[in-house]
Design a protein around this ligand. Structure first.
Ligand code: BEZ
Length: 229
């Protein structure tokens, strides 16, 4: 099996601990995000103080690494797009606060963009483990690329998990946020490849009359909002 040794390869080095504590299995959709207080590049942060607005909390494996640097440049450039959706950004890694400071200073000097969302230091991985951001418990001191979309009530509504060697897509992060906000506002469902402005789907009804009354064979379970039943 292909394994670039510069990059953690979970498939190539599975241990029994992976089966008990695989990365990205700490929380489930619908869970209340565990509260924490921690130091960050923007001062002390408490997760519960973000109640009332959306929060994208994401982990990265390490400061001063190539993929992570491109992610932070991309996210810092799009920070206002998250703000326009009433969504805060918060990053986290095992690196120290001073490493975070040095890294974002380098990012500013090299790429001309200031990372002004908080980057949490999690040296003991107590937060990373609570969120399932960490790989093998005994051998791994880095977080994987998890992203948690947390709603204004503090509930985890979606999450993604990428390996160290694949950077996240900021447009997809924004699309997930848009999709969650749109389905909440309309009480509807977002279809495959949905983009903002496109129609949503009606939630299917659960009564037999709706099944037999529907004009088309699929209309009782697959219908866009605004279409006649
Ligand atoms: C990165 O480029 O971000 C990266 C690469 C390998 C391991 C961890 C991070």
């Amino acid at each position: 099996m292909y394994c670039n040794c510069e990059v953690k390869c979970y498939q190539a080095a599975m241990t029994s601990a992976d089966l008990i504590h695989p990365p990205c299995a700490g929380l489930r959709i619908g869970d209340l995000a565990p509260d924490f207080e921690a130091r960050s590049t923007m001062g002390p942060q408490r997760l519960s103080s973000y109640r009332g607005r959306w929060l994208v909390l994401f982990s990265h494996p390490a400061d001063f690494t190539p993929v992570c640097t491109t992610e932070f440049v991309a996210l810092a450039r799009e920070a206002s797009a998250f703000g326009a959706r009433d969504c805060a950004l918060m990053a986290l890694s095992v690196d120290s606060l001073f490493a975070h400071f040095a890294w974002i200073r380098m990012i500013r000097d090299r790429f001309g963009v200031e990372v002004r969302f908080p980057i949490i230091e999690d040296p003991t991985l107590v937060i990373g483990r609570a969120f399932g951001m960490v790989g093998r418990e005994d051998a791994d001191s880095a977080t994987v690329r998890t992203t948690f979309f947390i709603d204004p009530k503090g509930v985890v509504r979606a999450m993604t998990c990428y390996p160290a060697n694949l950077g996240r897509s900021v447009p997809e992060m924004l699309r997930i946020l848009d999709g969650l906000q749109a389905v909440d506002a309309a009480g509807a469902l977002a279809p495959a490849n949905w983009q903002p402005g496109e129609p949503l789907l009606e939630a299917p009804r659960h009564d037999l009359e709706a099944v037999f009354d529907a004009k088309e064979a699929t209309a009782w379970f697959l219908r866009y909002t605004g279409d006649t039943p």
